[in-house]
Design a binder for this molecule. Structure first.
Ligand code: F6R
Length: 590
């Protein structure tokens, strides 16, 4: 949902800013821009297109500027166009701003400012911000910036510069992430840590309703409401720079699928925290698992594992939970919030609402220091490492593993399973990385199958119980990176409607583990075969082959060929799977 960058120091700002934008491009890539100070003026270069395209045609590269701000956009208000690209400036071009989030009251602000003679050049909500600063300014940038920010409703991460204060960048945050990377004689501002990792591992995380004055040798953070200075902790980020780079893979997505074995290993590292959370969870009568998209499918895996052990758990999509299910939460209930980024707006809003009603909140999260981790009572980190590709893959495997461990630990806590059984599953989970590697070694075969089916217009995915979420995840991945229609159903639902859509050659991908529902799944496949559909089984002896594993762990393994299948179908169609159209990685707006 838009990436923001800022730099102040002794090096070439345009170069550093474009490099940072490249690392933030997963947050949005329909347009980009940079603004830098040069010879007493703010020079802005921006336009429609991906970062590299904008960079190529930009004259700003030649400027010897040491300070500036930048943005890569995922359009909310106003189509992707040169005019709607950030940075945006006021009428006098003194103030320039980049923004991530949504200014909800921009229409009324724009009307007021227009009535006072301000001229707007874009359709964006953001453009009201520099004009507001201009309107309020009486000689002090910080005072005008803070007053302007206080007038905004909605969510924002902001970076702003003033050509009359050429040694500082002002930043502010409410509900959209922003971090400050601390260097020596230089400082960096970014929406996310991977953008600064190659320069520094020391970061300050800006919290909601804080603002900052960033200079090359100082960082000062204050509260927006009181103006009082804050002592902020500088955190050491442990992620390796390489972890946020492609390392010879054609795409981040492929690299991240190849990190799925490590995602299982790393999730196991959280076992102590998982057991501690399970102990607390066992005291709550009701458990909700709340998440969006792929994370919600991992949440569904969690629900089925809880249910397998006779524990009630309901998985609810966050955008629904926050407006309905939340009414049923109270202090007798626990909410497990699942999120890779820890910044998804609907998930955060659900958690805030449930917390206000007294619910216990535990997160299953990947991004350390994200907003969710600060809202939750307890955090369980998946430790999957930075995920850059827009389509989530290794994080799903990490989340599904973590939730399986959580359900297992709680079942043990409640005496619903024996220690011996728990250890048996744990042993099988320790063997899981090798099993995933066996699937990854089949990639050429999976690629061949994907290429054979490349021109099909519609796919169906079937799964039952624990692997219904596997089917949902397989279908979502195909939709988002291949732009092909795909639907997932629980096997038993086929004859209640969707069967009418099956005809000769329609691919039906059936997730068929070797469990007690195998025969039921076989009947569902027969129903599809009878309509001459093309059946592709994910099974021990399937067209998409998987090694033997305990059925309770099958969602973690069976999803791997589906991730590879979607990847190869996408690249086979000539699509860049790292940057699917209309999507962004971190959905920080509602
Ligand atoms: C799909 C995908 C999204 C995310 C969803 C939640 O591949 O990546 O559906 O899973 O936007 O994001 P997080 O996990 O960051 O809350």
């Amino acid at each position: 949902m838009c990436g923001i960058a800022g730099y102040t120091g002794e090096r070439n700002a345009p170069k550093i800013l474009f490099d940072m934008l490249k690392k933030l491009e997963y947050r949005g890539y329909d347009s980009a821009g940079v603004a830098c100070f040069y010879e007493g003026k703010t020079i802005v270069s921006r336009g429609k297109g991906k970062v590299d395209e904008v960079r190529k045609r930009s004259k700003i590269n030649d400027l010897d500027s040491k300070i500036g701000i930048a943005h890569t956009r995922w359009a909310t208000h106003g189509e992707p166009s040169d005019e709607n690209s950030h940075p945006h400036s006021d009428c006098t071009k003194q103030f320039t701003v980049c923004h991530n989030g949504i200014v909800e009251n921009y229409k009324e602000l724009r009307e007021e400012l227009t009535a006072r003679g301000h001229k707007f050049l874009s359709q964006t909500d953001t453009e009201v911000i520099p004009h507001l600063i201009e309107e309020i300014y009486t000689g002090n940038f910080e005072t005008a910036f803070v007053s302007a920010v206080k007038k905004l409703r909605g969510s924002f991460a902001l970076v702003a510069i003033d050509s009359c204060s050429p040694d500082e960048i002002l930043v502010a945050r409410k509900e959209s992430p922003l971090i400050i990377g601390i260097g020596i004689g230089e400082n960096f501002i970014a929406s996310d840590t991977p953008a600064v990792l190659s320069e520094t591992k020391k970061v300050i995380i800006l919290e909601d309703l804080e603002y900052g004055i960033i200079k090359k040798n100082s960082v000062s953070i204050k509260r927006l409401d009181t103006g009082l200075p804050l002592e902020k902790a500088v955190q050491d980020i442990k992620w390796d720079v390489k972890a946020a780079e492609k390392e010879g893979f054609d795409h981040y997505m492929l690299k991240e699928i190849f990190e799925e074995p490590a995602a299982v290993k790393n999730a196991l590292k959280g076992l102590d925290d998982i057991k501690a959370a399970a102990k607390k969870l066992s005291k709550y009568g009701r458990i909700y698992i709340v998440a969006c998209g792929t994370a919600s499918y991992a949440g569904l895996v969690g629900k089925y594992v809880f249910e397998r052990f006779g524990i009630c758990a309901e998985t609810v999509i966050a955008s629904e939970f926050r407006y309905s299910t939340v009414n049923t939460t109270d202090k007798k209930c626990a909410v497990i919030a699942v999120s890779q980024s820890g910044e998804t707006a609907d998930t955060l809003a659900s958690v805030k609402e449930a917390k206000n009603r007294g619910a216990y909140i535990v997160s299953v999260v990947n991004a350390v220091g994200s907003s969710l981790t600060r809202l939750a009572d307890d955090n369980i980190y998946a430790y999957s490492g930075p995920e850059i590709a827009v389509a989530s893959t290794k994080a799903y495997v990490g989340q599904a593993t973590t939730l399986t461990l959580l359900a297992l630990s709680e079942a043990r806590e409640l005496g619903k399973i024996t220690e011996a059984y728990q250890n048996e599953i744990l042993d099988d989970l320790h063997r899981m990385p090798d099993k995933i590697n066996m699937v990854l070694n089949e990639r050429e075969h999976i690629k061949k199958l994907a290429l054979q089916l490349r021109d099909c217009k519609s796919f169906f995915y079937l799964g039952r119980r624990l692997n219904y979420p596997t089917a949902l995840e397989g279908a979502l991945k195909l939709k988002e990176i291949s732009y092909v229609h795909a639907e997932a159903y629980p096997g038993g639902e086929l004859k209640h409607g969707p069967l009418a859509l099956l005809e000769k050659g329609v691919p039906v991908i059936c997730v068929a583990p070797n469990d007690d529902l195998k025969e039921k799944m076989e009947s569902n496949m027969q129903e599809a075969r009878a309509r001459k559909a093309t059946i592709i089984r994910v099974a021990e002896d399937g067209e998409l082959k998987v090694p033997v594993c305990d059925p309770i762990l099958s969602p973690i393994l069976y999803v791997v060929p589906l991730h590879l299948f979607a990847y190869y179908l996408s690249t086979g169609k000539g699509i860049d799977p790292d940057k699917p159209r209309n999507l962004a990685k971190s959905v920080t707006v509602e």
